[in-house]
Design a protein around this ligand. Structure first.
Ligand SMILES: [Fe+2]
Length: 403
């Protein structure tokens, strides 16, 4: 500063406001990164269930307390919505609110952000915005300054995000944060839809496979009612053993369904041999033994979610190699076949046939105990004894034809 052309002194000033702005921006940028990390971790851990929490977290950071995220299926029917009201997140679907909209409204609305990227929508009175106003109303938003952004797209569905911001435009950095949220949420929502589709396909496939197995069992019952009843009992006993042993659902299903059709190959054995009263000749017994390979041949030609053909091929194998077809012994026999072997033998021993009386349960159990660890899997023997001693009863002792 000078006074009357006389220099009295010099002062140096430094404008600190710019520096402060830079510091504030740096802090904000670090906070944004923190939010993105937190959202990513949440979505990674919880998948689609984490989207509402992630949206709430992002909105709180942006200072937005009203908004919505609407999911639609491939026919533009809303399938879910996340609503942000006064900072609180709620989930659900409001089919009634959306039902009042013209059919084209959601479709046109969802398409617009995809064409133009993030857009600002509101009731400006333009004809194409009338639908938008209705959509905003349906999710509890009104007026201007609503930021709309696509969340994901795919052949299976799409979604859009709405955030009611203040009059201030969304900053470039905040817009990047919203885009990141939309990309992450979109991928987990899409993954969720695909997982549901896979589950549904598997459910249909398993249902069809069960039907096939039951049809095959039924086909045999027409030829040999005794075998039909035997198969049902063996399936139930083997299933009870697997459950008692704490085996998982897929193991239990494998022993159950293989039990239901384990003698399927008998369908190709002449009835005169199958139902022959009295002792079989050696040749006849060899023909009967062929049922395991015949069963394997029939079942290996059918696509099923369980390896039934292999289990059935091995159900007469024995640990000491004394079984047939005699290809395997010990632990090379699959566990399911070892379970089936025990259930099969016990059921066969206690069943009555026109040409012979069945053994008592006590006699049958002492027989498998005698060969425990020799012919039969020790665990399968113990589980079979345990379930029978706990009151397991053959559900079909009368050997009526398959119902
Ligand atoms: Fe058999």
């Amino acid at each position: 500063p000078a006074l009357d052309d006389h220099v009295l002194g010099v002062a140096i000033y430094r404008d600190a406001s710019r520096k402060k702005e830079e510091e504030t921006e740096l802090i904000m940028s670090l906070e944004r990164e923190g939010i993105i990390s937190s959202i990513s971790a949440r979505l990674l851990e919880k998948g689609a269930r984490g989207v509402p929490g992630a949206m709430g977290e992002m909105a709180a950071f942006l200072g937005v307390n009203r908004g919505a995220l609407v999911e639609m299926d491939c026919d533009d029917v809303p399938t879910g919505e996340i609503i942000l009201t006064d900072g609180e997140i709620s989930e659900g679907t409001s089919p009634l609110e959306f039902a009042s909209l013209p059919a084209s409204a959601l479709c046109g609305f969802a398409g617009r952000p995809w064409e133009k990227g993030p857009v600002e929508i509101g009731s400006s009175g333009r004809p194409e915005e009338r639908h938008e106003a209705l959509i905003l109303e349906a999710v509890g938003l009104q007026g201007d300054h609503v930021h709309a952004q696509p969340v994901y797209s795919g052949t299976e569905g799409n979604a859009f995000l709405l955030l009611q911001k203040g009059r201030e435009p969304i900053s470039y950095a905040d817009s990047a944060l919203i885009t990141k949220f939309c990309a992450l949420s979109g991928s987990v929502l899409l993954r969720d839809i695909r997982m549901q589709m896979i589950k549904e396909t598997n459910r249909l496939l398993e249902g069809a496979s069960r039907d096939i197995v039951e049809i095959l069992a039924r086909a045999l019952s027409m030829k040999d009612p005794f075998t039909a009843g035997h198969q049902i009992n063996v399936a139930n006993l083997a299933k009870a053993m697997a459950e008692k042993g704490g085996y998982d659902e897929s193991f239990t299903e494998r022993v159950y369904y293989s039990g239901l059709v384990h003698d399927l190959g008998k369908i190709a054995i002449p009835s005169s041999i199958l139902s022959k009263p009295g002792r079989l000749t050696e040749v006849e017994f060899e023909i009967i033994k062929g049922h395991v390979r015949l069963g394997w041949e029939i079942l290996s030609s059918v696509e099923l979610p369980w390896p039934l053909a292999e289990i059935i091929l091995q159900h007469h194998e024995r640990l000491d190699g004394s079984g047939y077809p005699g290809l395997l012994e010990g632990s090379s026999i699959i566990k399911e076949a070892r379970f089936l072997a025990v259930a099969d033998v016990v059921e066969a021993m206690i069943s009555h046939r026109p040409y012979r009386a069945g053994l008592s349960i006590k006699e049958a159990l002492s027989e498998i105990k005698r060969f425990r660890g020799i012919r039969f899997d020790p665990e399968a023997v113990d589980l079979c004894i345990a379930v029978i001693e706990e009151g397991f009863v053959m559900s079909d002792p009368s050997y009526l034809p398959y119902p």
